[in-house]
Write a protein of this length. Sequence first.
Length: 144
Amino acid sequence: MQITHSLQSYLFTAVKFQTLNYIRSKKVRAAFVDTFSAFENNLIDNSNEESIYFSDLKQRIESEVSKLPEKCQQIFRMSRNEHYSIKKISDLLSLSHKTVENQLSKALKQLKLSLEDYLLLIFVPFLSFQYIFKAFLFLNEVLV
């Protein structure tokens, strides 16, 4: 960069634009805070209804897991409920690493297929965003 005018005018202009950028960013942040506050204030407390739906979802998942073959159930529960790694499960059950992977894949595939219709019902319009988000996080933890 080459300065063709005085250093004073260059610094004045630089400070002026930095100040304008700062003011502009403050306005954007303030607008975001106002919009988010308005959104948050309009939320309806559906916590009781959400906990019922969440409980139903957990029961549905448990029901579907109980339909799996016994070994498949055991591997799924060790992986998802007890948070064991595939290696640890294979060591504890004296199975090959690949067998545990296959059984876990089988369980997840079956759960995804059987819960597909239920997952569509989650997005019923009267459910709140928080419930949908909680359900998504829960399913993501269980099914992924």
